[in-house]
Structures are given as structure tokens and as C-alpha cells.
Design a protein around this ligand. Structure first.
Ligand SMILES: CC(C)(COP(=O)(O)OP(=O)(O)OC[C@H]1O[C@@H](n2cnc3c(N)ncnc32)[C@H](O)[C@@H]1OP(=O)(O)O)[C@@H](O)C(=O)NCCC(=O)NCCS
Length: 147
């Protein structure tokens, strides 16, 4: 089984490639990825493949709250269906709990059935609808799990 590790500045190009392969409208820019990699309150977790990254997850922490936020989770098309996203979610939950967080929050596009099924299977509740939340105007669903 492939290890999950914390990304660093050397992973910037590979992360950008992962983003463009996994997202259309929601791909993060190099600039915002660089920011995430250097922020003290963000952790980027990745899984290496033979030729670049297979998957990644971005976890955000905020001072003064016991909630962490799973900002994104992405798996390259050829590695999907093998449990990588499920493992990244469990890893994020473990890291959040280790930092004293009581819950993990995330958002998904209303029409992203794979993402909503992933979170539902991992015990996340759909808490709220967020009209017009995403670029392009699609609604979002706020998801939450007590850790
Ligand atoms: C959503 C995504 C991360 C899932 O990654 P994955 O590694 O294929 O997911 P896993 O194999 O870990 O699946 C875990 C569970 O999620 C659900 N699931 C995942 N993909 C699914 C799909 N296409 N349809 C229905 N359920 C799905 C299933 O319950 C699955 O469990 P099962 O295999 O026992 O049925 C991946 O499709 C992806 O990167 N999509 C593009 C980016 C994106 O939309 N990210 C999420 C929003 S930030």
C-alpha cells in the first residue's frame, strides 16, 4: 500500500498537475498552492505514484476553533475506485483529532455524486445547502463529521 506523506515546496509542480487533472473550474492556481504549502495552518497530504502524485488532500486549521476543514481531496482518474480518497479522509481525521479538533468540515458540489458518496460512506452528515457557492454558480453542500 502506498504511504501518505506531507507535501512540501518541492511538490508544487506535481500538485498543480494533480489539480488540473482532477478539477475543471475548481483547480487551484500555483500561487494558491504555494500559499497552502507554506501556511502554518494548512497541511497538504499526498500519495506518490511512479510518475507524479496519485492523490492529495488539503487540511486547514484555524486558531480558536475546534473545527478543521478538509479543503480538497483529489485522486487522479486512473487511480480512482481503489480506496485512496477514503484513506486520505481517515488520515485527515486522525491529524485533525491529534490537533485537538472535534469535528471535520468539508464542502462538495451539489452535483458531485462521487464526492458526496465518499463523504456519506465515511460518516459525514450533509448539514446545509450553500446556494451559488462554487465558481459557475453551482450550489454546495456543507458536510460535517464529529471526530
Ligand atoms: C471524489 C474522489 C476524490 C473519490 O476518490 P476515490 O479514490 O476514487 O474514492 P475511493 O475509492 O476512496 O472511494 C471511497 C468511497 O467513496 C464512494 N465513491 C467514490 N467514488 C464514487 C463514485 N464515482 N460513485 C459513487 N460512489 C463513489 C464509495 O462509497 C466508495 O466506497 P466503495 O468503493 O466501497 O463503494 C475522486 O473521484 C476525485 O478525485 N474526483 C475529482 C475531484 C473531486 O471531485 N474531489 C472532491 C471534491 S473536493
Amino acid at each position: 500500500m502506498r504511504d501518505i506523506r506531507t507535501a512540501d515546496g518541492d511538490d508544487l509542480d506535481a500538485l498543480r498537475r494533480l489539480e488540473t487533472r482532477c478539477f475543471d473550474l475548481d483547480a487551484q492556481s500555483r500561487r494558491s498552492l504555494r500559499h497552502l504549502l507554506t501556511r502554518a495552518n494548512a497541511t497538504v497530504r499526498v500519495v506518490d505514484g511512479d510518475d507524479g502524485l496519485l492523490a492529495g488532500a488539503v487540511l486547514l486549521f484555524r486558531r480558536g476553533t475546534r473545527s478543521a476543514r478538509l479543503y480538497s481531496v483529489a485522486v487522479v482518474p486512473e487511480a480512482r475506485g481503489g480506496g485512496l480518497a477514503r484513506r486520505l479522509l481517515a488520515d485527515a481525521e486522525r491529524l485533525a483529532a491529534a490537533r485537538g479538533c472535534r469535528r471535520l468540515r468539508a464542502e462538495a458540489r451539489l452535483g458531485n455524486t462521487a464526492s458526496r458518496a465518499l463523504f456519506a460512506a465515511a460518516g459525514y452528515r450533509e448539514r446545509a445547502c450553500l446556494p451559488g457557492y462554487y465558481p459557475g454558480g453551482e450550489a454546495g453542500i456543507r458536510l460535517e463529521k464529529e471526530l
